[in-house]
Design a protein around this ligand. Structure first.
Ligand SMILES: Nc1ncnc2c1ncn2[C@@H]1O[C@H](COP(=O)(O)OP(=O)(O)O)[C@@H](O)[C@H]1O
Ligand SMILES: [Mg+2]
Length: 226
């Protein structure tokens, strides 16, 4: 995954505020990258741009040979459902639906047959350890379990890139470590590139490479372990 000179500003009450000021980054296949930055530094904005949910004012995002500037809204929807999964900070899962139904959503959107859907959803629920909660409404699950539902749903389409926005923000430290370890397993088992943004510097001990988002650009704070 390649980010080349990404710029983004927002206009608030007529005043333009630059959030990203020339972000460059390469993430290798099967690497877990942690991006640390304080609240308001532009972490969510950056992930949304990589996910194709927001357009940069300038710059290029290239993932798996797709240059997002070349994709229209329909192309971006396919990209999000097949190539690059984004897990929002609030998980983005549907509380009124069951664990199973939440994980099935991307496969329904992709037009996958009922039989293959069933096999893949069960496989994912086993993988994240939620098979026994398959028929429970996710509104009743704990924070750690909700995060795992969100991860299973993001992973069920076997994307090349998985983006996680503050995945441990609402978890205690024991559950936070479990989630970090799950991302490392995902990279090993599926070859997924995982990008985690966090304001919790402790999480950086668990990633292959860490970067700092500061004053609108990214600085590497550790070399790749690969
Ligand atoms: N849609 C928007 N409209 C206006 N300002 C925004 C919008 N989204 C984010 N911002 C501003 O951009 C800055 C970065 O926000 P964000 O990317 O959410 O940072 P972080 O995730 O690091 O906390 C903040 O000052 C925020 O208020
Ligand atoms: Mg944020």
């Amino acid at each position: 995954m390649l980010l080349r000179d990404i710029w983004k500003s927002y206009t608030l009450s007529g005043v333009a505020v630059s959030v990203l000021k020339g972000v460059n980054m390469t993430a290798y296949r099967g690497e877990v990258v942690g991006i640390h930055g304080p609240s308001g530094s532009g972490k969510t904005t950056l992930l949304k741009i990589i996910a194709g949910l927001e357009r940069p004012d300038k710059g290029e995002v290239i993932v798996d040979g797709y240059n997002l500037n070349m994709l229209d809204e329909y192309g971006l929807a396919l990209y999000r459902n097949n190539v690059c999964s984004y897990i929002p900070q609030d998980f983005g899962i549907v509380d009124a639906m069951t664990t199973y139904e939440n994980v099935e959503i991307p496969l329904l959107l992709a037009g996958v047959s009922a039989e293959v859907r069933r096999r893949k959803v069960v496989e994912m629920l086993d993988y994240v350890g939620l098979r026994d909660k398959a028929s429970m409404r996710v509104g009743r699950l704990s924070g750690g379990e909700k995060q795992r539902v969100a991860i299973a749903r993001a992973l069920v389409t076997t994307p090349s890139v998985l983006l996680a926005d503050e995945p441990t923000a609402s978890l205690d430290w024991t559950n936070a470590i479990k989630v970090a370890e799950l991302f490392l397993n995902i990279k090993k088992d599926f070859g997924t590139t995982v990008i985690i943004v966090t304001h919790d510097a402790r999480l950086l001990e668990y990633v292959d490479r860490s970067m700092n988002l500061f004053d609108g650009s990214l600085k590497q704070i550790s070399s790749p372990k690969l």
